[in-house]
Design a binder for this molecule. Structure first.
Ligand code: FE2
Length: 428
């Protein structure tokens, strides 16, 4: 025994050899490497009771029609803003069999699932790292590295290729799932605000409790590569892991741990709320935060020329939703098409009626152009969403007036030298 305790430079749990590929223990357990970047990137080693390739001969099959809506055909979205209703739960479909694509580009995709049946298999996504957002539901994500308990408002990151299974708790379940095909999501941070805005890596929860299964039986593992789903069957439980070491791991991140950047005197742009960047996509959280006191507290009218914007509404007042958006709905704002505050929201701003708090939580994922929308998503579209801006064509304060130009010229003259007033404290 050493006199003092130490921690090692790589996380490890349970029974592991002295180092990867080294030490006498390797003659007793089976080491498996989970490697990214052609074995030169992130890596984790798991130590198994049985060889990980002990699949039963003659049992491997390609599964036709396993998750049909996940492969829903894609088409260009065109010049229309879309609001998608909540996807219906399908009682017969489990989490992956009921997975449905919403949008995708070459390197990332957004999906939704409303599972109502248990998973009777383990799953490995061989083409993407997955980021789940739990809009509704609770349960346990069982993984090779140990279980992770989750609840409403949690992100779950499941790295590419990791065997796992969702054990659903009681109640309704509704998850958005973002796929990253070309790299893992990285924590977003700005050079000028540092490592702890908008969250800290210490907020991530990696599994630490191993639940080693020394069980015999028939254990199905379904893998996905592109649109091909393959089942193989093992005679021992895939979670026969006695220990692991590495930094290629699943983890949980709670939306409550997002501590947003706020500004009293200017509107923070959406990119200021980014939590993860991934190739071809950035993922932001708009969370409960104070309203800008002097600056514009609404989103400005804007066009995003390089990204299609998706916004999943979790809970709140949704001041940007124009009165038709409810929890669980998703909006799609395509490349180039102007959008921004709905008439009622901008009236509040113009009339100086700001609240104290933006009481909302929403998850935005913006996808680099070209991004396409699925037939499944188009089946959920609400016909009336483009009309939520219609107040701009009917309400007198927004519509044509002969004296409008003169009015603006007079206002500009009056405000030429206007700026924020800073009042030093007494005595300075
Ligand atoms: Fe936008």
């Amino acid at each position: 025994m050493d006199k003092y305790e130490y921690f090692r430079g790589l996380p490890e749990v349970g029974i592991v050899p002295r180092a990867p590929h080294a030490g006498p223990l390797l003659r007793h357990v089976y080491e498996q490497e989970h490697g990214r970047g052609g074995f030169s990137g992130k890596v984790a080693h798991t130590y198994h009771l049985y060889p990980p390739t002990n699949w039963l001969p003659g049992e491997t099959r390609v599964l036709d029609g396993f998750a049909p809506a996940w492969e829903s055909p894609l088409q260009p979205i065109g010049g229309t803003h879309l609001l998608l209703s909540v996807a219906p739960a399908e009682p017969a479909r489990d989490l992956y069999r009921g997975m449905a694509r919403i949008v995708a580009n070459a390197t990332a995709a957004m999906n939704v699932t409303a599972p109502a049946a248990p998973m009777d298999y383990f799953f490995e996504h061989h083409s993407a790292t997955m980021v789940f957002f739990v809009h509704e539901g609770r349960g346990t994500l069982e993984t090779t590295f140990g279980p992770i308990e989750y609840k409403k408002g949690d992100f779950l990151i499941v790295p590419k290729g990791i065997a796992h299974r969702f054990e659903l708790g009681a109640g309704r379940h509704y998850y958005w799932m973002y796929e990253s095909f070309a790299g893992d999501p990285e924590k977003a941070e700005s050079p000028s605000t540092g490592r702890f805005i908008t969250h800290s890596e210490s907020d991530y929860r990696y599994p630490r409790s191993l639940d080693t299964r020394n069980e015999a039986g028939r254990f199905d593992i379904v893998s996905k590569v592109g649109d091909v789903y393959t089942r193989r069957v093992h005679p021992t439980h895939p979670f026969d892991v006695v220990g692991w070491r590495g930094d290629y791991l699943p983890y949980r991140f709670a939306v409550e741990d997002v501590r947003p950047l706020v500004a009293d005197r200017s509107h923070v742009p959406p990119s200021g709320h980014t939590v993860f960047t991934l190739p071809g996509c950035y993922l932001c959280v708009f969370t409960v935060r104070s309203v800008e006191k002097e600056g514009m507290w609404l989103p400005f009218f804007h066009r995003n020329f390089d990204y299609l914007e998706t916004l999943g509404y979790h809970f709140g007042d949704f001041f940007s939703g124009g009165g038709v958006v409810g929890p669980g709905m998703v909006t799609l704002h395509p490349v180039g098409l102007p959008h921004g505050p709905k008439p009622r929201a901008i009236e509040k701003w113009l009339d100086g009626k700001a609240g104290a708090v933006h009481n909302e939580v929403a998850v935005m994922a913006d996808f680099a152009n070209p991004t396409r929308v699925s037939a499944f998503a188009l089946g959920l579209r609400r016909a009336d969403y483009m009309d939520t801006w219609s107040g701009y064509t009917t309400e007198p304060r927004f519509t044509w007036r002969a004296d409008r130009l003169d009015e603006i010229r007079r206002a500009a003259e009056r405000l030429t030298d206007a700026r924020d007033t800073l009042t030093p404290p007494e005595g300075d």
